[in-house]
Structures are given as C-alpha cells and as structure tokens.
Design a protein around this ligand. Structure first.
Ligand code: MG
Length: 352
C-alpha cells in the first residue's frame, strides 16, 4: 500500500473525520443506514445472480445484519469505526459470498445509455464559448453526481422502480452552492497556465463518469493537460471500476476524435487505486497508482464518498478540487447544509 505523494502529512492523515466509535448517535445513524440499504443490495444480488440459492442469500442477509449489530453494540472490539469500515465490512461479505458486483448489470445499462448521449453533450460544449466552459463543466460534474446507489435519499428520488437510476443527469441546485469556489476556479482557468497533470478520482458509472467527468477530462486534455483517471480496483455499489473505465474509454474513442487521440498517445489513461469502497483512503493506494499520480499538480476528487465522507480534511501540496452533491442528510448537516446541496471546493496551493 502506498500514500498519495501530494498528501501534505501522511502520518497525520485520517481518511474519515467522523469518528463513529466516539459518536454513538452517529454510529447508530450509519448502522441503520446500512441496514436499510440491504433491500437495495438484495435486489441487486437477485438481478445479477439469479441462480443463487435462496438459503445462501438468506445466510448473507443474516450475516450482514449481525456484522452491523456487532459494530453498533460492541464498538470496543474495533480499533476504529467510520463509514469506510462499514463499506469494508460490506465488501468483504459480498466477496465471501461470491456476490462481488451486485450492480454490474445496472452499471452496464447506465453506461450504455449515457454513452449514447455523449456526442450530443460534447457538441453542445464545443459550441459554447471558452469563457462559459468552466461553469458548464462544473454544472455537468454536479448534475452527473446527483444519483448514487449508496444514498437512500438519492435512490428514493429515482424515477422508475427496482434499483434503476435515471440515465440523464438532473439539474443540480442553483448557485450559490453550499461550498462555491467556482469563481476562483474560473479565474484560475482564465489567468493561470494549465496544469501539467491531473489526478482525477472518479465516482459513479453512467451519467457521472460519461457526461460529467469525461467532458471535463477532454477539456483539460484540449488545454494541454495530461489526465489520469483513478478508479476503484473492485466494484463498490454503482461506482465505475478501473476495468470498466478502460472499456468505456475504448468505446468513447469511437465517438470522439479528441478522446481517441489522447488515449492513443497516452495523455489520457486509467489507473486502479486499490480501493473497493465508495470512500477512499489516500494512504492505501496501490504502489502503481501512487507512482502514476506522483507528478500530478491538480487532484480532483469526485463525489460525496471520496470528497466529503472521506478526504474533506485532507491537505494537499498541490491544487485540488472537491466536487459532490450531498445525498445524505447527516453528511449535509455536518457541513451546515441540506440534502442535495452542492459542493464545489477549489484550493489553489501556491508552489513552495
Ligand atoms: Mg458512488
């Protein structure tokens, strides 16, 4: 395991600042959240593993609930308790039961549908003046991030039934956003030389990656910046994995010349982070990932899991951008906001 080189103080770094071992109420809230989420998880397992025996599924359900109960009532048994630990418990159980990717089919449908919309989105952006682009792309990032299978509120807001999420991104809250550094980001884009290399930690499949992250990556590439997309090594809810992203990029190359050229000459690439959760521990990256991102001078963290539930307090030695829609009431409250508030946090870190 390796740490992101741009972390200012890896020894003091903690991925999650919400200590659920100390905060009993917070712990109860998250344990209940994970309990409620079992219904969505089970529906995904049934869809992706139709041949799984009912008793195996029942055994999984029982073990999942027992693990959560243990966390809630015997916190002293754990060295630390945070949302990342709950994610890890879920991942470990799914893996053990052979239900590694309960939302695989959903992700494929979402990606297919979003890719069909990509050429239109790109031509609309190309028709837009350079001055307006940073804002359009920021809104696109937030619009793609409105839905997430990890957040009950976002799932309840979905159109349709089952575990389906809408493909087309939804308009985010109007500005000013809860954290709104868009003006500083626009000013940076207008006045400063483009970054050399962006480490872009991506979030969900579908509209988020295809219509939010990729258009921003393409614009950065067109300005001369190299882009490395960093994605999970293994499935976590509807997050895009590095393997899926490789195949998505090959498909986008058939749809867009800019992306095709960048891929061909290696200016756009994918790296697997080692992550298996919607949250991210930046000191637990694969050595290959830390190496690939070592010279990045802009870090982008996309989504509530990677940018807010983890890494909100992380300090970086280079410019960084944290973008998310807050799809959980308690997470929003901790930042002084409400459900579906938007975060667009840009830090310009002067070179030392
Ligand atoms: Mg996600």
């Amino acid at each position: 395991m390796a740490a992101l080189r741009q972390l200012r103080d890896p020894a003091r770094y903690r991925p999650c600042d919400w200590d659920l071992k100390a905060d009993g109420r917070g712990r109860r809230y998250w344990v209940r959240h994970f309990c409620r989420h079992l219904a969505i998880l089970t529906a995904g397992i049934v869809e992706n593993h139709p041949q799984a025996p009912a008793r195996l599924l029942e055994q999984f359900r029982r073990e999942y609930l027992a693990a959560l109960e243990e966390v809630e009532h015997r916190p002293q048994r754990y060295e630390r308790i945070d949302i990342l630990l709950l994610d890890q418990l879920r991942h470990e159980l799914l893996r053990r039961y052979g239900f590694e990717d309960p939302f695989g089919a959903l992700k494929r449908r979402q990606n297919g549908a979003a890719l069909r919309l990509l050429p239109r989105v790109l031509s609309e952006l190309d028709a837009c003046g350079e001055e307006a682009l940073p804002q359009r792309l920021a809104v696109g990032l937030l619009a793609g991030n409105v839905y997430d299978l990890g957040a009950s509120a976002a799932v309840q807001r979905r159109v349709g039934t089952g575990t389906e999420l809408p493909v087309v991104s939804q308009a985010p809250r109007p500005r000013p956003w809860l954290v709104d550094d868009l003006a500083a980001w626009q000013r940076y884009c207008r006045q400063s030389p483009p970054h050399r290399h962006v480490a872009f930690f991506v979030d969900n499949s579908g509209a988020d990656i295809c219509l939010g992250c990729l258009p921003l990556a393409r614009w950065l590439l067109m300005r001369g910046t190299r882009v490395t997309l960093a994605a999970n090594s293994a499935p976590a809810l509807n997050d895009v994995t590095a393997g899926e992203l490789e195949s998505l990029l090959r498909q986008t190359a058939g749809l867009d010349g800019e992306l095709a050229t960048a891929l061909d000459c290696g200016r756009l690439s994918v790296v697997a982070t080692g992550g298996t959760a919607p949250l991210l521990d930046l000191t637990a990256l694969t050595a290959e990932c830390a190496e690939a991102l070592a010279d990045a001078d802009l870090i982008i963290l996309q989504g509530m899991g990677r940018a807010v539930e983890s890494n909100w307090q992380a300090e970086f030695s280079c410019d960084n951008l944290r973008v998310a829609v807050l799809k959980d009431r308690a997470v929003a409250r901790r930042l002084g906001g409400r459900l579906f508030d938007c975060v667009f946090r840009f830090e310009n870190v002067p070179a030392r």
